[in-house]
Ligand binder design. Sequence first.
Ligand SMILES: NC(=O)c1ccc[n+]([C@@H]2O[C@H](COP(=O)([O-])OP(=O)(O)OC[C@H]3O[C@@H](n4cnc5c(N)ncnc54)[C@H](O)[C@@H]3O)[C@@H](O)[C@H]2O)c1
Length: 248
Amino acid sequence: MFDLDGKVALVTGAGQGVGAGISRVLAAQGAAVAVNDLHEDRAQATVAAIESAGGSALAVVFDVADPSAAARGIETAEKALGPLGILVNNAGVPAGMGVQQFRESDPAEWRKYIDLNLYGVMNCCHAAINGMCERGWGRIITISSGAGAIGINLGISAYGAGKGGAMGFMRHLAMETAGNGVTANTIAVGMIDNHADPSVAGHMAKTVPVGRLGQPEDIAGLCTYLASDEASWMTGQTIHLNGGNVTT
Ligand SMILES: NC(=O)c1ccc[n+]([C@@H]2O[C@H](COP(=O)([O-])OP(=O)(O)OC[C@H]3O[C@@H](n4cnc5c(N)ncnc54)[C@H](O)[C@@H]3O)[C@@H](O)[C@H]2O)c1
């Protein structure tokens, strides 16, 4: 089950964290993976990890928030690896992301969140979708957050707006592409153990019913299912994956 042999995937923001974990697991299941990031060194590190495990990968450096760069990046990936079947929109944390209450915020700051979390997703989908529909097979997976579905914390309204916008976009994209064999689903991720210092991580873990923060591989498992042939009847859904701290 969930054999991705012969499939080509592109994962955005895959130089570290959740995207790197998704890339490693998709490659382990047989996909050739285009590893996107803004930072070449990070993308190359994920490629090296995949190759050292016997998988196939290519670094493709571009900014998902730039529509022309996204189109060129997907074209580069397809020339090198073959037609894209799986797109994972994972890039979503702007550089220097901080906590700022809306009434004290500057419009230039919010735009970074919308550009990355909403337009970034739309740019990559727009560049990939026609080829997938023409070939009659595609899997689009967007990594969102519980913060796009419920009020979760103070100071992250612009992030929540971007994530919620992407969820709404994906539901409607799914309706447009279902007849062409292309599914579109969203994973709303909870707190992942990839940055916080151990004392902060320990405190955060106490708020998660299963008693731990998520690992990138927790997300990668569901992503692999959504990317597979077996998931052809699953589309237009937002699936919360968070150890139980957001239930819907
Ligand atoms: N970490 C969490 O606790 C958590 C919780 C909920 C949702 N998420 C979501 O999961 C996804 C991954 O989060 P993470 O914590 O692994 O992030 P991260 O910051 O560890 O890694 C993200 C990567 O994306 C790259 N990136 C940033 N902007 C980019 C752009 N414009 N174009 C291309 N690449 C870009 C960065 O260079 C970085 O390597 C994000 O969408 C995030 O919103 C994370």
